[in-house]
Every structure is written in structure tokens, then in C-alpha cells.
Design a protein around this ligand. Sequence first.
Ligand SMILES: Cc1cc2nc3c(=O)[nH]c(=O)nc-3n(C[C@H](O)[C@H](O)[C@H](O)COP(=O)(O)O)c2cc1C
Length: 397
Amino acid sequence: MLNDALHIDGLAFPNRVVLQPMEGCDCRGDGAPSALTREKYLRAARSGAGTIWFEAAAVCPEGRTNGRQMMLTPANLDEFKALVRDVRETAMREAGVDPVLILQLTHSGRQSIVPMIAYRNRVYEAARPCTDANIVSDEYLDRLPEKYAATAALAAEAGFDGVDIKSCHGYLLQELLSAFERPGKYGGTFENRIRSYIDCVKAVRPAVPRSMLTARLSVADMVPYPWGFGTDASGGIDFTEPDLLIAALASEGVRILNVTLGNPYYNPHVNRPFRKGAYTPPETPETGLTRFETVEKHIKSRFSGLTVVGSGLSFFRDKMFARAEQLLTEGACDLAGFGRMWLAYPEFYRDWRAGRLDPKKCCLTCSRCTELMRGGRPSGCAIFNEYYRESYREMKT
Ligand SMILES: Cc1cc2nc3c(=O)[nH]c(=O)nc-3n(C[C@H](O)[C@H](O)[C@H](O)COP(=O)(O)O)c2cc1C
């Protein structure tokens, strides 16, 4: 199953393995890939994965989380073209696959260098204080779709097969979904709260008519109403609005939904169940993993025409492919996404296909990749990759 090809609108996915977007915080000041970024994606190319979902790339400078976040602009387009070309050549030469390449587009919103928030959210502001001055204006949001469309057009020119209009993990387009208390046309009613997201999708579609349109969506923030999306006041998932939103995305041409959950700045255990982290989560990892499965099955049962990418598989370590096969067979998802695993063990899929998966190389879900990122350093596997291991050691001394 995992090795089976999939065809969507004429685009061939050589197998069902997706390397999930993993922000490296390692680009140059102008947003172009650095040597470190290139190395990371060439490792990804050698994995044999059918899809490489490139990390969050900001659609404008003020929407970057840090000065090293990826950003595709007319000035650095040629460097992205070279990266895309080299990734394809490497994948063909060394793994025998022609991978689907998707670029994730984002505006970091509350996590931008200067926070740009949808509304005052007291849950999130406990961690990062803001004032009313940080609230983005309606006029700013009116101009957002053209920024997404312009970056999407550049992505197509760079050679990406598709773009992801990301609305997850608390970034701007996600936070707007829970702007219950925002006045005006981007807050309050459901139609108003999804307006900015849908307008961005609507603007991107004609800008890249031949590209695959995808969305990475936090189906539920798991932050109780009224401070999160898709979540009731007791903290459980309420599918009413996510279902309506997914239907709207599908009717605007989104063909692939990459399912995620939670907000890593508030409840990281939801998005990436871990064995070791900065705190003890209020639930077992198994509870979180079952939640992913439940949500994916729910979406597949309602939206049969949508291709679903499953998330949160790295926790299963050397059992990850058995779990992925189970989810694919049971119809929870069509593509299986692996995040932390490919940072730890980039050749994991090739090794598994060749019958030589090494359990000792599998991701430990120790959270050090996140610690590096939060520590203002390029992010990578601080256990198995020497460069990041050294960086982690330096950070701790
Ligand atoms: C260091 C790090 C960077 C990440 N960057 C992104 C990103 O750029 N975009 C995104 O949608 N998710 C991002 N994620 C979330 C992952 O894509 C993935 O959903 C998460 O790690 C759970 O999958 P896993 O269990 O296979 O690791 C990141 C996670 C980590 C740990």
C-alpha cells in the first residue's frame, strides 16, 4: 500500500510517503535557501519519499517568525529554481523517484518577529504578551490574498508542483478562524472568520492554474472555545465548523488536506506526541495518536473526494510503517506524513523498502529539534546529525 503510486488530477505521486514540512530556521536573511537548507532538502531527496512538502515559507517579510525563515521573492527565485532542480535530480539519481514537491505558504501572525495578531487571545498572551497595537487591520487583511497569490506564482515558476495555503498551528490564517470576538468583516460569524483564508485560496487558484492546491489545516486547535477553533468549551473536538470549512476549501479547488491538530506554542504534545519534552502532557501519547486517527477517519468519511495526509507518525518509531499501512488500509488517509523522522533518519523509507530499517536510527521524539528552534538556532536532529548535535551542546553550555 505505502509503495503504491497515486494519481491526482494528472499528477503522479510515486508512493504514499510524505515528508512533512519541517521549518529549519536556516535560510539566508533574504529568505533564500542557505547551504544548510540545501543539504537538508538533498537528504530529503535521497529518502525515496514520493512527496516532499517544503517548510513554511513566509509570503511577506513582516510575516516571518525569524530572520532565517524561508521566503520566496522575485530576487531569490533563481536560487529556489536551482534547489528544486537539484532535489529532483538527486531523487531520480539516488532513489529512482520523481517526487511531488509542494511549498507551504504562511504568514506567521502572532509568531512573527513583531506579533501580528487576529484578536486579543488571553490564552496565547500568557506566553507572549501583546497589545491592541498588534492586531492586524481589516485593510491589512484585504491585501493578504495578493501576497499569497504572488508567492504561489513564484513557487510555480520555481518548479514546485503545488502550494499549501497553510492554516495551522496558530499562525495568522489559523488564528483568524477563532476570531469570535473580532469586530468587522474578519471576525464574529463563521463566514467572517473564514473570509481571509478563503479569499487567499480564491486568489491563489487563478494565479497557479496548473498547480496542485493543498491545505495544511489544524482541524482543531484543542484550545477550549472561545480561544480556539474546532474545539468546544470543555476542550473536546467539535467538527461542526471544521466540516464546513473543509467543504468550502474543497469547493475552492483544494485537492489535498494535510491534517494536523493543536498549536505547538500552547499544546505541542497535541501536534507532535513526544517521549521527552519541556513538560508532562495532560494526556498519554496514545490518546493524542488516537485523536489523529479519529480526525482523519472523520474527514475521509465525509469528504471522499479529498486526498488526506495523515500526521503524527514519528512517535511509532520502527513501527511507523506498520501503523501507516494500517491507516491507509482502514481508509483514515491516502498519504502518510512523517515529520521528525526524516530529520533524524532521512533514509528511513529507502531502508524500509530495502528491508533494512534500523530501529536504532529512528527518531526518539526527544523534542531537541524544537528546542533548537525555540533557542533561535537552525533546527534539525540533535541526536543523529553531528551539526545539530554540536549546536545543541553549544546552546546548553
Ligand atoms: C522542528 C519542527 C519544525 C516544524 N515545522 C513545520 C512547518 O514548517 N510547517 C508545518 O506545517 N508543520 C511543521 N512542524 C510540524 C510537523 O510537520 C509535524 O506535523 C509534526 O512534527 C508531527 O509529525 P511527526 O510525529 O511525524 O513528527 C514542525 C515540527 C517540528 C518539530
